[in-house]
Write a protein that binds this ligand. Sequence first.
Ligand code: HEM
Length: 501
Amino acid sequence: MMMSPVLLLLLLGLLCFICLRRKRRPGEAPLVSGWIPFLGRALDFGRDAQAFLQEQRRRHGDVFTVHLAGKYLTFILDPLLYPSVVRQGRQLDFHQFADTVAPPTFGYPPVRKGFPGLSEQIIRSFQLMQGEHLGVLTESMMGNLMLVLRQDHLCAGGGGWTSGSIFDFCNSVMFEATFLTIFGGPERGRRHEGMEDMREDFQRFDRMFPLLIAQVPIGLLGRTRAVRSKLIDRFLPDRMSSWTGTSQLIKTRSKLLEQHASLRDTDKGAHHFAILWASVGNTVPACFWVLYFLLRDPEALQAVRQEVLEVLRQSGGEFSPEKDLALSREQLDSMVLLESSISEGLRLSSASTNIRVSQEDFSLRLNAERSVSVRKGDVIALYPQSMHMDPDIYQDPQSFRYDRFVQDGRVKTDFYKSGQKLKFFLMPFGSGTSMCPGRYFAVNEIKQFLSLVLLYLDLDLQPGQNRVSLDYGRAGLGILLPNADVRFHYRLRAASQSPAE
Ligand code: HEM
């Protein structure tokens, strides 16, 4: 009987796959490879990364290698072993990986190949979100939050209730206030036109973000290229040059990009667009989760609101719904219950992967007794969600406990696994060389947003809604989105109200 050429090719392909399939070598971690060529276990991982990893952990222990979409990722799930990965500098690299993934996602050319020195300059520019610059950013954010909240939400309804959805609410306020703070506005105290349009485009792009990061060509993703071009056009140098109140971060980055003649204006716009994604892509869902958890827990809401009022009272300030407020950095720092609620919200919603690429074949020392062999090009991955949900570290890990990160009136940093104190116990912002440079600003702006919302507004969930849960579409990439929005209503608070009212 003759075999069809297609069948023959398929059989040959399968034979090659079986023969060339990676085999575990001595010293290497157990291998989880699956039977689908190239994809490996990518589908199982994409369906529910946390459940998949827990299953592998049960079978193979805390360290194992998974074949995922053509790559081999060695997961280290024991947080007591994290320091060995975070410390490892020379053999494990992050930035080369970032330069493979970010440019095609945001639409600029790879930085490390054609632009000598630019990568290091960009990394240095991230310091402009910290130290003295953090104070300037935080102050500017306060003014912009007040501007947007006052005009859109604090004058509505003449004292009556307004209905809305929590995600939309957080998105509309945080997106615009962050944009004005980082990139500047058309004039002092004025807002850009077309923000709603831009937010919608951003959400369209964001829905495709996981596929772009997985290196699916943008041409296969419907209108995503056109949407991205529209977003990038917002940041063309001619436009941006007329904005005022632009942060030092963006001014410095614009100057750096200007020094490279081979970068086109759209490339520069794409670099700025990447910063927009970094600055709101995680912060908006984080605000959603914390506000949602607080609204579901009246005791927590009351305690946090009381803390904000108390901090204000201690500094001689007084809340009045007609007056704008400015909370200083010191005031924000002293809000430990609010900070704990934010940490708890981040613990429950973050699912980032910390990636390092091995630069050579070597033996990675995990602790005094244990090492694992790694091949050049393999990825070492930490998946902190498994730590955030570990009942040995966090009792009843699925519940929101607003004061979990407070002890004796201070921020709690003592967390233990198997009786040993953990160096890393909460990692929504990554670790080591790839740690988020905007983390201090992020926490400050989330605090500002929540304290203003709790001070100025009475809020209530609308009854009869199902609990929302995490949408795993973004697993591995940061703060997860909710699988549905939540209806709530709100109204301006009266000046003399007690926190409980
Ligand atoms: C809740 C809010 C935020 C979370 C959870 C978060 C989380 C992260 C994480 C996990 C990374 C590392 C990515 C990786 O390892 O691949 C990262 C990188 C980064 N984040 Fe954030 N971030 C937040 C807010 C912000 C804000 C407000 C900014 C301000 C502009 C920002 C700027 C950046 C930048 C520029 C990078 C890239 C750093 C690099 O390439 O070395 N982030 N963020």
